[in-house]
Design a protein around this ligand. Structure first.
Ligand code: GUN
Length: 284
């Protein structure tokens, strides 16, 4: 078997076309969704993600601004800025790019963002609502992954998903979203013994570790769906996933590439959350 490729870039493009139309309608009613992105410091990967978010917003007609603060910014200053953005009626979505410099308590910052503007879906209120299946902002990467899985011709209900990685941003929430789809979920992580015993049982294998090519075909069940969340820059300067794509695709039924896989979907779900935030603000 050789796997079909789930092209996240193409799927993202289709979804963004629809969003463009939706935003046009909103603008007719004087609602232009507005996203404020806060970037602290000069981390090159963060800068690149932030410029991607700004560009994608413009593409669908969302107005966005990036507030770029020096790396010496204090926690108090950042908290004050967030409180100001919470109060600002022109701001629908607030995104603070992570990671923050070490002297700033990330959790404190996340918990200060108004949950109704938390388009990242990181606030404990939104995470809690997601856990119990209530309406909330869903974290963008997990939401993008589930959207990709829904786009292919497989029934999710009853399948067994194995997730490698337990971060608050990807691993933990994607498991919860799949559970909400009646998937059976197993979490693996850096302390898991005999990883391969678990991965070989996966109908859906989600790899979110952050190490290049730690998964090859030896870890994969024949016909599995593989979602590669890793974005690793290797020596030659190119980007590669956590999965050895060329090898694993020999056994999988579907696989996501890197780049053009999960990445474009993450940004697309951010756009969707921002549009949703704008609609809900104006409904109140
Ligand atoms: N850093 C890496 N991924 C993300 C994300 O999804 N949101 C934010 N705010 N920062 C990140």
């Amino acid at each position: 078997m050789t796997a079909q490729i789930i092209n996240g870039k193409d799927l993202a493009g289709k979804l963004r076309e629809k969003m463009k139309e939706e935003v046009k309608e909103l603008v007719k009613h004087d609602i232009t969704p507005h996203l404020t992105v806060v970037l602290v410091g000069e981390d090159p990967a963060s800068k690149s993600y932030v410029s991607g978010k700004k560009k994608a917003s413009a593409e669908v007609g969302i107005s966005s601004e990036v507030i770029h603060l020096p790396k010496e910014t204090t926690e108090t200053e950042l908290l004050q800025l967030i409180k100001k953005l919470n109060e600002d009626n022109n701001v629908d979505g607030i995104l603070v790019q992570l990671p923050l410099p070490k002297h700033i308590n990330e959790q404190q910052i996340i918990e200060t963002i108004d949950p109704s503007k938390d388009v990242d879906g990181f606030h404990p209120i939104n995470i809690g609502r997601m856990m119990i299946g209530e309406k909330s902002f869903l974290p963008c990467t997990p939401y993008g992954i589930v959207t990709m899985l829904r786009s292919i011709d497989i029934e999710l209900e009853g399948k067994h998903a194995v997730i490698i990685g337990r971060s608050n941003i990807v691993g933990k929430p994607v498991g919860q979203l799949l559970l909400n789809e009646n998937v059976t979920v197993t979490y693996c992580h850096s302390k898991t013994n005999n990883l391969v015993e678990y991965t070989k049982k996966a109908d859906i294998l989600i790899v979110a570790v952050g190490k290049p090519h730690i998964i090859n075909s030896d870890y994969v069940k024949e016909g599995a769906v593989i979602i590669d969340v890793g974005v690793n820059r290797i020596e030659d300067g190119s980007l590669t996933g956590d999965v050895d794509f060329e090898d694993a695709k020999k056994k999988a039924s579907y696989i996501t590439p890197v780049p053009k896989g999960v990445g474009p979907m993450t940004i697309t779900m951010l756009l969707e959350n921002t549009i949703k935030a704008a609609k809900e603000r104006n409904r109140r």
